[in-house]
Ligand binder design. Structure first.
Ligand code: ZN
Length: 340
């Protein structure tokens, strides 16, 4: 009960990539880079285990960015043809690659890091992939001429990838869809359908992570513009509750999400964000326990998984692992209180 997990990413060691930034440049190339990624993956697993996390990830140590990591290996995506594009409804600009031809997956993208992770932990392993809607919101289209058509093409490639990773022993495949909080109508029109395509035929657990973004300046300012109550989830949770996705990961710590909205996810596992990724303050176990306790009013304990609000990639490394220890200590308090 109350198995702990993380949204996905963790900070990379300084010897792998420049710390505390998104899209951080690698410190190595070629074989040295492959070795460094491998070492960082093993370390990230060990640190999560030591912190007491039950469902671990590879910490996304082999990816520069949670979206572009998958795209880099696909045929049809041209990284030499980068354009500046406003993303997440123009919340911020990003340098994005362009789709210039029909999309095709030449080979499994993340098999190497999954093999490494699976060989080095006996705990349940979750692997994160970008969701189709978030992908099409983070690259330019010079080929399909239709956002939905392009999203469905990505969903098919994600499905091939997810099936391969499941066969390598992944227990949970999670699709990251921060765009679901921005284009709520599109979620209902085609976003969930695209996720279903990405999940087709999987027998492992499937999850979708929907947050208010990393703790970067543009996101913090955007959150300040959203008013005293954030009700984006209210528009999409009923559709998600009716979907075939098993788990929903969301943001609760220090957020203005009214927690009664969690009640809209009946029948789903709920990954409750109890660690804020937008502050350098480490939560106390009591603060974590308080968030979990409030969520328990709307989610039964066997369906509640204490988690982080979002990825920890841009944060300080020492700080991040302190936050993970607070997460597990807070969860343990509640477990004791429930007599589990
Ligand atoms: Zn997130």
């Amino acid at each position: 009960m109350l198995e702990t997990t993380i949204a996905g990413s963790l900070p990379k060691p300084a010897w792998l990539a420049t710390p505390k930034m998104l899209w951080a440049p690698w410190q190595h190339t070629g074989e040295a880079l492959a070795d460094a990624k491998r070492d960082a993956t093993v370390l990230a697993l060990k640190e999560q285990e030591d912190a007491g996390i039950d469902i671990v990830t590879d910490g996304e140590q082999s990816r520069q960015h949670f979206v572009h990591g998958f795209l880099e290996q696909l045929e049809g995506v041209d990284f030499a043809k980068r354009v500046t594009m406003g993303i997440r409804n123009n919340r911020y600009d990003a340098q994005v690659p362009t789709v210039t031809a029909a999309l095709r997956r030449k080979a499994p993208v993340h098999a190497t890091e999954v093999r490494i992770a699976r060989a080095h932990t006996t705990r349940k392993l979750k692997f994160t992939l970008p969701g189709p809607m978030t992908i099409v919101d983070t690259l330019a289209d010079g080929y399909y001429g239709d956002r939905v058509k392009m999203a469905m093409a990505f969903a098919d490639l994600l499905n091939q990838e997810a099936r391969d990773l499941e066969a390598l022993g992944v227990d949970v495949i999670q699709f990251d869809e921060p765009a679901f909080n921005v284009y709520m109508d599109a979620v209902k029109e085609w976003g969930i359908e695209a996720l279903h395509r990405a999940c087709a035929g999987l027998t492992c657990k499937t999850a979708v992570h929907i947050c208010y973004g990393y703790g970067i300046k543009a996101n913090v300012e955007w959150k300040q513009s959203l008013g005293s109550e954030w009700r984006q989830y209210e528009e999409i949770f009923p559709a998600l509750a009716a979907s075939r996705i098993d788990q929903v990961s969301l943001e609760c710590a220090n957020s203005r999400v009214p927690l009664e909205l969690l009640g809209l996810l009946k029948g789903k596992d709920v990954l409750v964000g109890a660690i804020d990724v937008a502050t350098d303050m480490v939560e106390s176990p009591e603060q974590v326990a308080d968030t979990i306790r409030r969520a328990l009013a709307f989610v039964p304990p066997e369906r509640l998984f204490p988690c982080t609000n979002c990825g920890l990639a841009p944060l300080d490394r020492t700080l991040s692992y302190a936050k993970l220890r607070a997460l597990t200590a807070g969860a343990a308090q509640i477990r004791r209180a429930l007599g589990a």
